[in-house]
Design a protein around this ligand. Structure first.
Ligand code: FAD
Length: 442
């Protein structure tokens, strides 16, 4: 342990989306903040690696435009590095790639079945609270009340997979309908030309450019608690442990890992039990592939109605040619395995995704496969299935969780992370005001 402890107003554990959104807001509010990230890069499950000049995302693919993510960038006064495809999404229905922009649910469902009127009115009714079903009904069961049409079920299934990383049988209908009738509902989104890491690097640059720190390859190995407050953290950097004294701590590592850093015996047993019970991560499979000839027409996302596992393909290079060497086109195809929660056969599920890609994408067999990633367990697409999140508050007075295990009801992905950051920083500002004399750097 190095001799002299370091002093920061705030410690943020983890440089994922949740951690960096939180740290940037704290810095703007005048808290001198240390972000520690145990990996060698920012972004966590929304980061990017270089493979032979291709920018290959390890997780998040599209970033929402026009919601809390972009709003955070605007509030920080930094450019939002995301390009928007128009139309954002095409749906492959009966072998045609259809643009339903502006036509809403009626137009989408009308393409799939002539008997969709009841389903469309069910969706309309959900705009009133009395039209929302009970929590126990899954999205698949709710759709089944209106239609047996397989393509309709396929579209709903793949929408659940694309946004919530579970199939329609695992997502409460109430969550799906709340999201699509009350939230921004990912209507606009885009890609970052640096790969998704570019979004988080911009936040990290804001943090370091305003007198705070982001330390990579640095793991928090323990949190010390006195009188129900985190007073310091043990931080391992370059093989040396350092004590960091803090007034506020925020964890982006997920509630289970946060409990581990504190020691379960320092926390009330019912909280520890709730964290264990709600630790139900889902899973996803993503195949990133490249081709010298264009393989799909959509310039954003292409979603499917009748696949076995393929939820959508994203086309990166139509808008962001920087993501591939000159002359190459870069894509990712994603799937939610069955089951999406708990154990599944990785080889069989990956093969079902590959079979869909071969069937749906002429030329896929000649494409170069850059990576096949299975995200699950401790590194999942969502730490909690939407609707089953933990609160971001903890039993300690100055410790909060952020990220996709503590999402607000019916939200998902990096958008949900941005929202947790906004809410938590509001709470921090009320509970632990910035130290007197600290200025607003922004
Ligand atoms: C295949 C896939 C596709 C996805 N597609 C999308 C999409 O298109 N759009 C979207 O918005 N979302 C998408 N998501 C979801 C999105 O990636 C996640 O919801 C989001 O990135 C989670 O961020 P987080 O901040 O909660 O956690 P994380 O990204 O996990 O960040 C936590 C960080 O904390 C670090 N850490 C943990 N413990 C410690 C410690 N003790 N000390 C220091 N550091 C520590 C970890 O290394 C990690 O970097 C996708 C995810 C996957 C896997």
């Amino acid at each position: 342990m190095s001799d002299t402890p370091l002093e920061y107003d705030a410690l943020v554990i983890g440089a994922g989306a949740g951690g960096l959104f939180t740290a940037a807001r704290l810095v703007q509010a005048g808290y001198r903040t240390l972000v520690t990230e145990r990996l060698d890069r920012v972004g966590g499950r929304a980061s990017t690696h270089d493979i032979d000049g291709f920018k290959v995302n390890n997780g998040a693919i599209v970033i929402e435009i026009g919601g809390i993510t972009e709003q955070t960038f605007t509030e920080l006064g930094i450019p939002f590095p995301v390009r928007e495809p128009k139309p954002p999404i095409l749906y492959r229905i009966k072998n045609k790639d259809v643009d339903v922009t502006g036509g809403g649910w009626g137009m989408l469902i009308g393409q799939l079945t002539r008997q969709g009127a009841k389903l469309v009115s069910g969706l309309g009714a959900a705009r009133n609270d009395s039209g929302l079903p009970e929590d126990e009904i899954s999205t698949a069961d709710w759709v089944r009340k209106f239609t047996k049409n397989e393509a309709v079920h396929g579209i709903f299934h793949n929408m659940c997979g694309s946004i919530f990383a579970v199939g329609s049988e695992d997502l409460p209908a109430r969550v799906f309908l709340t999201y699509f009738t009350r939230k921004s509902a990912f209507k606009r989104f885009g890609f970052c030309p640096d790969g998704t890491i570019g979004v988080w690097q911009a936040l990290a640059d804001y943090i370091t450019g305003n007198g705070s720190d982001v330390w990579l390859n640095t793991e928090v190995t323990g949190l010390q608690v006195t009188e129900n407050r985190v007073t310091s953290a043990t931080v391992r950097r370059d093989g040396t442990d350092t004590r960091v004294n803090v007034r506020v701590a925020v964890s982006d590592a997920g509630p289970s890992a946060t409990v581990g850093l504190l020691g379960a015996d320092t926390l009330p047993a019912d909280y520890v039990a709730e964290v264990a019970r709600k630790d139900r991560p889902c899973a996803m499979i993503a195949v990133t592939f490249a081709s010298r000839t264009p393989l799909i027409k959509a310039s954003g996302m292409l979603s499917f109605a009748t696949t076995q596992r393929l939820c959508y393909i994203a086309n990166f290079t139509d808008l962001c040619p920087e993501m591939a060497p000159e002359g190459w086109h870069l894509y990712v195809g994603t799937a939610v395995p069955k089951p999406a929660i708990g154990d599944f056969d990785e080889a069989a599920e990956t093969e079902l995704l590959m079979a869909d890609l071969r069937e749906q994408v002429p030329g896929f067999e000649q494409a170069r496969i850059l990576s096949t990633t299975i995200t699950r367990d401790g590194w999942p697409p969502q730490r909690a299935v939407a609707g089953f999140d933990l609160p971001h508050d903890t039993p300690l007075d100055n410790l909060w969780n952020v990220g996709d295990a503590v999402k607000e009801y019916a939200n998902g992905g990096t958008t949900a992370c941005a929202e947790t950051a906004q809410l938590v920083v509001e709470k921090i500002r009320a509970a632990v005001p910035v130290a007197t004399g600290a200025g607003d750097p922004a």
